[in-house]
Structures are given as C-alpha cells and as structure tokens.
Design a protein around this ligand. Structure first.
Ligand code: AMP
Length: 545
C-alpha cells in the first residue's frame, strides 16, 4: 500500500519563493572594498528574477553549467538561486586552485559562462584561451582597481541586469533529482573530482541546518558565513539562511581576522562559520571586540583543536561548534552539539566532547569499517576504522564517473577516507585520514591527534605530523612545527610537552621547525607538500624518548 501524500518536488524554487514572500523585509549585507551594501530580500529577489532572463539572453543551454569565480557576496547569492531555479547548474569555481586545476575543472564541467568578481579577474583572465567551452565572462564590479579587458566575450553584470526583463511567475523544477550545483573536490592526488548536488539534496541539507541540534538557523539569526561559497556551498549556510529567513552578512573580499571581527561586532552576528585557521587568526584580537551577540561558531573542514575551542570559550564564552563533512557530503554529516548526557560532565570532559566531530545529523547513516578486512567495527570508542557514509545528500558517484570508483562501495556507501572511533552514543572522534596514517611497527599512530597535542603547546602556532620512512619500524612520525610569533622553542621542549600526553612510541622521532604549514587551496594542511619536502628525511640524531 502506498502513502497518499502529495508528491511535491524538493527543489530550490521553494527556497527562493519562500524567501521572497515571507522575508522580503530582511537584509542581505555585503562588505565591499569601499564600505557596505545592504539590500532587502525583496529587491534581491527582483535581481534574481532579472538574472534568470539574462541567462536566457546569453544563450546558456537548458542545463548549462554556470561558473562563478566570486567571493562571498549578495551578488554571488543571486547566482546561487538564478542558475538552479532556471534548471541550469551552478558551478562554484574555487578561487584558490592552481591555474592548471581551474582550467581542468572548467573544461571538465563544460562551463558556458563564468561570472567573475572584478577583483578576481587577474586570476582568471590569463586562463581564458584554455577554457574551451566558456563563451561569456560576466564581470561583477566589486570596485577593485583592475582593468576590464576589451573583449566581445566580456559583459558587465549590472548592465545585463538593468537591460533584462524580470522573470514573471513561479520558477518550476519538476524533477527534484535535477542537478542544482556542482563543486570539485581538491583531492590531494590526481585530478579534482566533480560532486553534483541535486535540488533534493540541497533542500534536505538546508533543512538540516535549521534543526535545534544542528546550526539551528532561525529567522532571528544574523549569520556571517566566512566559509567560502566556492567550497561546498559555504556549508549550506546560504540556502539555509534563505529558508529560515535569517539576516545574512557576507564578508566580501576582505577576509582578514580584523575585518571579520568588525563585521561580527557591528552587525551583532549570532552565528558564524569558518575553518579553524580563521579562528586561530582572530583569537589574539578578540579582546578588542564586543561579540556578546554571538552564540554559535561553526567550525570544521579540519579537526578543531581543543585548545582553540577552549580559548574561545574562555575569552567570549562561546566554544566552537565542531562539524565534520566533505564536499561529497554537501558537506554537513556530523555535528558535536552537546547532548543531555554531557550535562553531568566536568568542563574538561565537555571540552573533550567538543573536540570530537560529533553525532551524525538526521538522515545521515554512518558505519565504521576496518580498511583491511572490510569488517564493521564496534562503536565502543576504541576500535577504529574508516567512516563510510550514506544519506540523501551524500554523493553516489562523481561527475562522469571519473576517478572515484574506489570511493564508493558496491552497496552504495561513500568511503570517506577518514579514520575514526565512535562511542556508544554515536559521537565520532576522527583519529586520522587513511592517506595520513602512520603505521609504526604494525600499529597505527594518529597524526591528527599528535598534531592537536602539539598545537596545545602555548608556543606553537601550527603543527603537522607526517610519516617518514624508518628502517626498523617502517614509518615513524616527523613533527613539522611553526613557532608562535616572538617565541622560541626547541625540539626537546616539544617532546617533553608531549611525553605525558601520548604513548611513548607515538613521540615523534624528529621535530622540524618550519615557517608555515603549507596549505591546500581550501586552507587545509597540505601533507602532500610536506611529504614531498621531507620525503628523503633522515633522522639526524636520535631524540631520547
Ligand atoms: P573537503 O571535501 O575539502 O571539504 O574535505 C573533507 C575532508 O576534510 C574530510 O574527509 C576530512 O578529512 C577533513 N575534515 C572535514 N571536517 C573535519 C573535522 N571536523 N575534523 C577533521 N577533519 C575534517
């Protein structure tokens, strides 16, 4: 027997029309090079309607890929809706990628048009001759002092909008499985792989950002997404905010800690989100700002060091809300929101819980699988295994099925490549990534855990641990440490600091002091670069453990 409920598509036009109808008076604010622009949603929605017909005028195919090369701005949000609501596919290009990767991605996705912020033109324009399918470049003038090429392919965003008729009536996407957006993962090896989100996945994922045990976005919130809109849809915050009716504050091109903190203070932001690097940078400046309105700092993309979260709790009373996910998981998969069974814990124990990646949000299923045997592992907080994920906003395959066969199991789960233990209440604790594990004498050393312990040292700014080859143990850990500004530190001090904190055989065989941990295009530690740098590393002299 079938249920007798209406079969209505879960599609982004609903999010657009809901925002337009109910929240027209709410603001979308964007920080610009010269100040700020604020626009009521009613006006923004009219611009989306004009943009919809602009895409027709430019001759973008019925399911054409609409590239964006933009900062977090209100105009980027116009594209976030206009492209999918007209059944085109929004393709957010990552501005931090290397030129060859950008060329590969735009060609692979077959972008027909790229909307580019004027300030970012110098990164994109040198590549145009290699972008085979792009017919139009639409420059969004963000006030940057950058020459606009005199080329028939180049258009001005505002001129196109001014000349366009607004689309009338309601946008309709009949099939909720239609592609809405795509984003390439910056894999550490091989070519980037395309993740293609559907309307259904985007709507369900947005809904999850409204739940009380998640980000809990509400109409009363003022939300500042620091996490870029070119990386996994800014963790779903833009669509979530429109669905909830939250006020949105976009940081624009100026992503310095000072600028972010000023916006948080000025607009009495209640929810913000960004990778740990952002919050590490802002930490020394917290005392200069009144952040009393802030209730949630979403943090993820890399493990959130306990020390960082605790510093925020102590300074402003708001620890990090730790979340885990991947481009392939839209990205929210787990969140470490405190539960009632944590209430009786000491503050120190609660800090340990916050350092975990948290519990799977509703509709996401996880399992823990031993990478060698393929056996499911118990959720006893001790056994470790690879996390595999399944759910309506988890990728089933990569665009054109390329390069990712190994990442999906035969029974349809995503192999995340992240290694974790899970406690009996489902709280995930990531201990490593399969590509990063250090296997010493047949036993695993969690490099991420080791890094977190080193980063808890007050004189350490950043640390990354990689495996170096060892004759006897096969692999041993090398700690690459960045000393905090103005401090001095020796290898022995690092080891002595670690000694009471980790098993003896986990102590790094060597400590290298480096100026900065190399980062990938999305700000994560690039272990690959470090491994290349220290690949032939020979331990100079034994550090006495
Ligand atoms: P990306 O697809 O670029 O967003 O990268 C996803 C990967 O980042 C995950 O598979 C993890 O390895 C890592 N990651 C994301 N969030 C966290 C987190 N909270 N803790 C540790 N690693 C994380």
């Amino acid at each position: 027997m079938l249920g007798l409920m209406q079969d209505r598509p879960l599609a982004l036009p609903h999010v657009f029309h809901r925002a337009e109808q109910y929240f027209g008076h709410k603001s979308i604010i964007t920080a610009t090079a010269t100040g700020e622009s604020a626009m009521p949603i009613s006006q923004w929605a009219q611009r989306v309607r004009r943009l919809a017909t602009v895409l027709d005028t430019l001759g973008i195919s019925a399911d054409g890929r609409v590239g964006t090369f933009c900062w977090n701005t209100g105009r980027h949000l116009e594209l976030y809706l206009a492209a999918p609501c007209t059944k085109r596919v929004l393709h957010t290009l990552n501005i931090r990628l290397f030129p060859e990767q950008l060329v590969y991605i735009a060609n692979h996705a077959e972008d027909e048009v790229v909307f580019v912020d004027r300030s970012l033109l110098p990164l994109l324009w040198p590549l145009v001759d290699k972008l085979d399918t792009v017919r139009h470049y639409v420059v969004i003038d963000d006030g940057a002092d950058v020459a606009i090429p005199d080329d028939p392919r180049v258009h001005d965003y505002e001129e196109l909008l001014a000349a366009a008729e607004p689309f009338e009536g309601r946008f309709v996407v009949e099939d909720e499985n239609t592609a809405a957006a795509m984003c390439y993962t910056s894999g550490t090896t091989g070519n980037p792989k395309g993740v293609v989100y559907s309307h259904r996945s985007a709507v369900l994922h947005s809904l999850i950002s409204l739940i009380a045990d998640g980000a809990a976005l509400s109409e009363r919130d003022v939300v500042l997404p620091v996490v870029p809109m070119f990386h996994a849809n800014a963790w779903g915050l833009p669509y979530g905010c429109l669905m909830a009716g939250s006020t949105i504050v976009f940081p624009g091109p100026n992503m310095t800690p000072q600028a972010i903190l000023s916006l948080l203070e000025k607009h009495k932001v209640t929810i913000t989100g960004g990778v740990p690097t952002i919050w590490m940078g802002a930490l020394p400046l917290l005392a200069d700002h009144d952040l009393s309105a802030l209730r949630t700092i979403l943090c993820g993309g890399s493990a959130v060091p306990k020390s960082l979260s605790e510093s925020y709790r102590e300074a402003i009373g708001v620890p990090m809300l730790h979340a885990w996910g991947m481009t392939e998981t839209s990205p929210i998969a787990t969140m470490s929101t405190a539960r009632s069974h944590h209430d009786s814990m000491s503050e120190a124990e609660r800090a340990d819980v916050r350092a975990r990646q948290g519990q799977a949000v509703p509709l996401v299923d996880l399992r823990l699988v031993d990478p060698g045997s393929g056996e499911a592992q118990p959720w006893d907080d001790t056994a470790t295994g690879e996390i595999q994920a399944a759910g309506p906003w988890i990728a089933a395959e990569y665009y054109r099925g390329e390069g990712g066969g190994a990442q999906f199991t035969s029974d349809g789960w995503l192999r995340t490549g992240d290694v974790a233990s899970i406690d009996s209440t489902g709280f995930v604790r990531l201990v490593d990534r399969t590509k990063d594990l250090i296997k010493s004498g047949g036993e695993w050393i969690g490099s991420v855990e080791l890094e977190n312990e080193i980063m808890a040292h007050p004189k350490v700014a950043e640390a990354a641990v990689i495996a170096i080859p060892h004759e006897k143990w096969v692999e041993r850990p090398l700690a690459c440490v960045v000393v905090a500004p103005g401090e001095t530190l020796t290898a022995d001090e690092v080891i002595e600091f670690l000694r009471p904190r980790v098993a003896k055989w986990w102590l790094p065989d060597a400590v290298e002091f480096i100026e900065e941990v190399p980062k990938t295009s999305v700000g994560k530690f690039s272990k690959k670069t470090l491994r290349e740098k220290f690949g032939g590393y020979q331990v100079a002299g034994p550090i006495e453990h």
